[in-house]
Ligand binder design. Structure first.
Ligand code: 9GP
Length: 832
């Protein structure tokens, strides 16, 4: 928190524009006013955090003005709203984002400089809002920004976790998890809405009542009710033209304290209800290996789905007065299966509260919902044990049974209605105990279902959703992911953005496709030199960060080869480590050869209970320890693992990357979005034909990307032949030597058999086909070396990458959702 505060008032702004003096003075005065009246500090006593809060509040005021107008306009025009339901919003820091999108960054930087405060230092003071794990949560954040940019009236709904994704520390090479505490200094961006509280029921029983007309009605009498409290964060679109709301729910007990218990001396017992209720919004992804953990997770899902639906139905009724028009005025996007219970909840609301007949309710539900699938990994497609559902959500279980009965009745009439087919189509999986398939529920309850890259959407049709697709052909569509260029180009890499806007004009962030105009400059050496100089400066800055954080000195002229993402076997960090080890051995054996200096940069978190992934982290660290201190290597190879990977760290690493590692087993990475961020910033990709890599290849062209390895079809075929790695290992001396040195303890002399489980798995049970792809990967890395030697060719490819990435803007993705799924209008930025 003690970041240096000194700034040079005369320093030019990053964009090179000189802001108007009057505007700067006005901003300075507003910041001073906030410092005094909202933070209650004097200039002399203010800490960096105080300055951060004062600055955030001053820009927040500007945002609020547009926010209220946006809400008002949507109301007056009776616009259809989009509701994005997501258990994750990985929004990261907001100060620079808000200033950028409100086009106040240069002025604010100058205003702070006049006060002797460095905006960059304030950037570092803000905690990351880490309300997500990785790609899915970050996508939700990019989408929120693009929806605002395109003036779609949208709400994001999620949970206001007290503790987001854990803080990772590396001790003796091992990952340790600590609670992350983003709210401990308060949050200047959010507004609590004490008037917006909804009761969310759990458990209890169902009563059958007879209505005056003799009809029977099921009435759920919950045994427990938890309150959902709304906290709103404004999300500013580009140029501040439109502001949307991210509404996050916090859980509270109806009674803060059982006073009777407290007064009788049971001080802890008096707080039990509160503790139980609050545990719902306590942490992101509580461990779900225990039954209690599973129950908590289901409680989280229902809690936020129910609160969100109650809220949007209330809004709809107050604006339009007729629940039957819901689908005309609301589009609800289910981000993965996590909010899938909302399908049953809406049926509960329509049938039980509004007495809408079942068939009509089902039609409204289907027309309102759509569902995005983000993975084909079976373990990530949620299923809930029927007994748990029956106990926690008895009415919803009844509704699910009825949806299922009607669905099976319909499909059972088909010509190919075998028992096996019906079992596959059923909402209830009977194969491992009885479990509710949430993916099936989301699928049936939606009018459109989408995958997140062309390959992934195709695979959905032939694998996990094959049977459902055959029942409702055409329902699955593709919406290839995208990223917001405001954050991943302008904020992360302001110098590159300035260079690009010199060429294409300053509407680059309004319409990313104009990046194409940069392509001819790939052959302009004056341009590529400036492009390369920007990369070098970013590498110098990253090297300083690495030295500060882990004490390793890097050579900014080395090739920065970067692998940053969640640690998972399918993402194959281990393949990268094996190549590192192979090259390490070769450098040692032939130190006289001319080697390309290279830095391998890893970062990422492993799920706390994922033992293998944690071992991979330890291996990366152990390899780094040995390689970095080996005198024969002479610094030609460095391996670093940067702890606590998050959005802010990605913003520092990506603009400094030369090579982007996207090396998942083909068919397993649904899309990837990091791949897009790297390519936009001009890193060349080394990757498999997986997820959106396929589309990146199409856009940038084969000479400008390094593709290797088995295709998704070949992976499938190979697996049917068996997944032992023995043959591949026997064929490749390099691979067998690398595995042998890991297995024999070269990198873990204090515990030589530490990595035996990893090596054994690769040898006998190589499901992720690391060994099968090793030679291809190794050889492709040598192609990278060759290309790196030819600097002209390297920079040409880098510029071609940047210039072809316009299509990957999340503005394009959101426009497709708006037109093809939500049926809402969009207004391109700059035209409001
Ligand atoms: O693993 C996918 C990743 O490939 C994709 O880019 C991201 C956003 O669509 O979603 C990830 N999936 C999950 O995080 C869990 O399903």
């Amino acid at each position: 928190a003690d970041a240096p505060l000194v700034a040079d008032a005369a320093a030019p702004a990053a964009t090179g524009q000189v802001p108007a003096a009057a505007e700067v003075a006005e901003i300075r005065d507003r910041i001073l006013e906030k410092l005094k009246h909202s933070v209650s500090k004097s200039v002399g006593s203010a800490t960096p955090h105080d300055w951060f809060i004062a600055t955030a509040l001053s820009v927040r005021d500007k945002i609020v003005e547009s926010w209220l107008t946006s809400i008002d306009t949507a109301k007056k025009t009776g616009r259809k709203r989009v509701y994005y339901l997501s258990l994750e919003f990985l929004i990261g820091r907001l100060l620079i984002d808000a200033l950028t999108n409100m086009e106040l960054i240069d002025q604010t930087r100058a205003a702070l400089a006049e006060l002797g405060v460095d905006l960059e230092a304030l950037r570092e003071v803000e905690p990351d809002a880490a309300l997500g794990n990785g790609g899915l949560g970050r996508l939700a954040a990019c989408f929120m920004e693009s929806m605002a940019t395109l003036s779609i009236a949208a709400y994001g709904y999620g949970i206001r976790y007290d503790h987001g994704l854990f803080r990772q520390r590396i001790k003796d090479g091992r990952q340790l998890e600590y609670p992350e505490d983003w709210l401990s200094y308060g949050n200047p961006w959010e507004f609590q809405r004490p008037e917006l509280v909804y009761g969310v029921g759990f458990s209890g029983h169902i009563e059958t009542q007879t209505l005056p007309d003799g009809e029977l009605k099921q009435v759920w009498m919950p045994g427990e009710t938890v309150q959902a409290l709304a906290y709103d964060t404004p999300i500013a679109g580009w140029r501040g033209a439109h502001i949307n709301t991210l509404r996050l729910w916090a859980a509270r007990a109806a009674d803060p304290l059982r006073l009777d218990k407290f007064n009788s001396g049971d001080h802890v017992g008096a707080l039990m209800d509160q503790v139980r209720a609050e545990s719902i919004s306590k942490v992101l992804y509580p461990g779900d290996t225990s039954p209690a953990g599973q129950e908590l997770r289901l409680r989280q899902e229902y809690f936020f789905a129910s609160a969100s639906l109650q809220d949007l139905v209330r809004r709809h009724m107050s604006l339009f007065g007729d629940i039957k028009t819901l689908a005309d005025k609301a589009a609800i996007q289910l981000n993965d299966t996590h909010p899938a219970i909302a399908v049953a909840e809406l049926m509960h609301i329509l049938v039980d509260r509004y007495d809408i007949p079942w068939n009509k309710s089902w039609a409204i539900t289907k027309a309102t919902f759509s569902y995005t699938n983000h993975t084909l990994l079976p373990e990530a497609l949620e299923t809930w044990p029927v007994p748990l559902m029956e106990r926690l959500l008895p009415r919803h279980m009844q509704i699910i049974y009825l949806i299922n009965a009607l669905h099976l009745e319909k499909v059972g009439k088909g010509p190919d209605a075998s028992g096996a087919r019906l079992a596959a189509l059923s909402l209830i999986d009977e194969s491992h105990g009885r479990r509710v398939r949430m993916g099936h529920l989301a699928f049936l309850g939606s009018h459109k279902v989408n995958g997140v890259s062309a390959l992934h959407s195709d695979l959905m049709k032939t694998t996990v959703f094959r049977d459902l697709e055959s029942v409702e052909p055409g329902k699955i569509t593709n919406k290839t992911n995208g990223i917001t260029f405001r954050r991943w180009l302008k904020e992360a890499n302001p110098s590159l953005t300035s260079l690009l806007t010199e060429v294409v004009g300053d509407t680059l962030l309004d319409d990313a496709t104009i990046l194409e105009k940069v392509a001819p400059y790939a052959d302009d050496s004056a341009f590529t030199e400036r492009y390369a100089a920007i990369r070098r400066a970013n590498k110098v800055a990253l090297s300083a960060l690495v030295r500060d954080r882990i004490g390793v000195k890097l050579d900014p002229d080395a090739l920065f080869d970067v692998h940053i993402k969640r640690i998972h076997e399918y993402k194959r960090q281990i393949l990268n480590i094996l190549e590192t080890v192979a090259i390490f051995e070769e450098i040692r054996a032939q130190s006289f050869r001319e080697w390309i200096p290279r830095v391998k940069i890893f970062a990422g978190k492993a799920a706390a209970s994922y033992t293998t992934a944690k071992l991979i982290i330890q291996l990366a660290n152990d390899v780094g320890k040995v390689v970095n201190s080996d005198p024969t290597v002479r610094g030609l190879l460095k391996v670093v693992f940067l702890p606590n990977y998050n959005v802010s760290l990605a913003e520092r690493i990506i603009p400094a990357a030369d090579l982007s590692e996207q090396i998942s087993t083909a068919g397993m990475e649904a899309s990837g979005t990091g791949n897009m961020k790297f390519a936009l910033n001009g890193a060349l990709t080394i990757g498999t034909l997986d997820g959106a890599n396929v589309e990146i290849l199409e856009k940038v062209g084969a000479p400008n990307i390094f593709i290797f390895g088995l295709t998704a079809d070949q992976v499938e075929a190979k697996r049917t032949q068996g997944i032992s790695g023995q043959e591949a290992i026997a064929r490749s001396q390099r691979l067998s030597e690398a595995l042998e040195s890991i297995a024999s303890g070269v990198f873990s002399p204090e515990q030589p058999d530490r990595y035996r489980p990893l090596v054994d798995a690769l040898t006998y049970n190589d499901f992720f086909l690391v060994t099968a792809d090793f030679d291809s990967y190794y050889n492709t890395q040598r192609d990278v070396f060759k290309r790196w030697r030819d600097k002209k060719s390297w920079w040409r490819s880098a510029v071609i990458n940047t210039s072809n990435m316009g299509w990957f803007s999340s503005d394009r993705t959101i426009t497709e959702y708006a037109q093809e799924i939500w049926n809402v209008p969009t207004t391109p930025p700059g035209r409001n």
